[in-house]
Design a protein around this ligand. Structure first.
Ligand code: X2X
Length: 345
């Protein structure tokens, strides 16, 4: 640095300090490293999204904001339902988190777990990119975090180790691992199954030992986690819910950044989320669905439902939908139903 530039900078910094101007220099609060929480690591579309975001931010801020990934929700000892509280409290600086895992704290996020609300990807987009998504971000801001962009874990399909599932009767008595909020217990109870709540970390050994018979997760999660190797031999494509992800920053961390850096982090989140959604849908949106083909080569029996067969699941879970519509907020659910009805296909 030339002497003159140095002096100008030093004077500016001193002035900023005394005047309390919100410049990075005046704040001097940047951490050498920020902690990003993720449930799934970079072998999955979810973790890839976090990695892309971290890389873009590091590059575009010339290393001013340096992010380390913590997959396996390791900052909350693997308990994904505590992630949102930890984010609020500052144990976590930023995250790409699932609406399902945060719904115990933010009941409106149960919207996405209402059974059979979103019939296709266009419907999921109508919610996240439309009015309902805007309202949910406002709700999250009120809860004290800074949401920036919507990603996607994906449509959750059901698998099990016993037999193909074609009707609610096939679920009878099956022990199914579920996540998140009590809504899942209601859904699977209504279908005649025996749901049990546990973290992702506990779920895999439980499948391997046969302590649970089944689970529900996107196909991309199933394949990357190789769930066929823990006995999950049967998968039914029922698309009952889609699980969006949210790119988010802790509020104090956000406020410690300059306006310029805030804009960079926001734009990087939007760009990364777009890439992440594309990665997450890869193999599922092409006509021949290569990801499903891959499953069959691993010996997995993939069951497709006829419209009438699917309708039986919709009917069986309708009372749960109606009950939880009130819990989520009838206004928000009505807005969601409206956005879906008006979607472009
Ligand atoms: O635990 C799950 O099933 C997972 C990985 O999909 C979520 O975190 C919602």
């Amino acid at each position: 640095m030339k002497l003159r530039t140095f002096l100008t900078t030093a004077v500016a910094a001193a002035a900023a300090l005394t005047l309390g101007l919100p410049t990075a220099m005046a704040q001097g609060k940047y951490k050498s490293e920020y902690r990003m929480s993720l449930v799934l690591g970079t072998a999955f579309p979810w973790g890839k999204g976090g990695e892309i975001w971290a890389d873009k931010v590091r590059e575009r801020t010339n290393g001013r904001i340096n992010i380390k990934l913590y997959p396996g929700v390791s900052l909350v000892q693997g308990d994904q339902t505590r992630e949102f509280s930890a984010l609020r409290q500052g144990v976590i600086d930023m995250a790409v988190g699932s609406t399902l895992n945060w719904s115990p704290q933010i009941k409106e996020l149960n919207l996405f777990a209402l059974p059979f609300l979103m019939p296709d990807y266009a419907a999921a987009d109508a919610l996240t990119q439309g009015e309902p998504g805007k309202r949910l971000f406002e709700r999250l801001e009120k809860a004290g975090v800074v949401p920036l962009a919507w990603g996607e874990n994906g449509y959750r399909e059901i698998s099990n180790s016993k037999h193909p599932i074609k009707s609610p009767a096939d679920l009878k008595g099956l022990k199914i691992r579920v996540v998140g909020s009590p809504l899942f217990l209601d859904t699977f109870t209504a279908l005649g199954a025996n749901p049990t709540q546990m973290s992702w970390a506990d779920a895999q050994p439980a499948m391997a030992s046969g302590a649970v018979d089944g689970q529900e997760n996107p196909v991309a999660v199933y394949t990357a986690a190789k769930l066929q190797s823990v006995g999950q031999k049967y998968m039914t494509m029922w698309g009952y819910i889609n699980d969006p992800l949210i790119f988010v920053v802790n509020k104090d961390i956000w406020n410690s950044w300059t306006k310029e850096d805030q804009a960079i982090v926001r734009q990087a989140a939007l760009d990364s989320a777009k890439e992440q959604v594309a990665i997450s849908r890869k193999g599922m949106i092409e006509a021949d669905k290569p990801l499903l083909k891959e499953l069959t080569t691993h010996g997995v029996t993939v069951t497709q439902l006829s419209p009438a067969e699917r309708e039986a699941f919709v009917k069986a879970t309708r009372p749960v939908y109606d009950k939880w519509k009130q819990q989520v907020g009838a206004d928000l659910v009505n807005a969601a139903e409206k956005a879906i009805a008006a979607r472009k296909q």
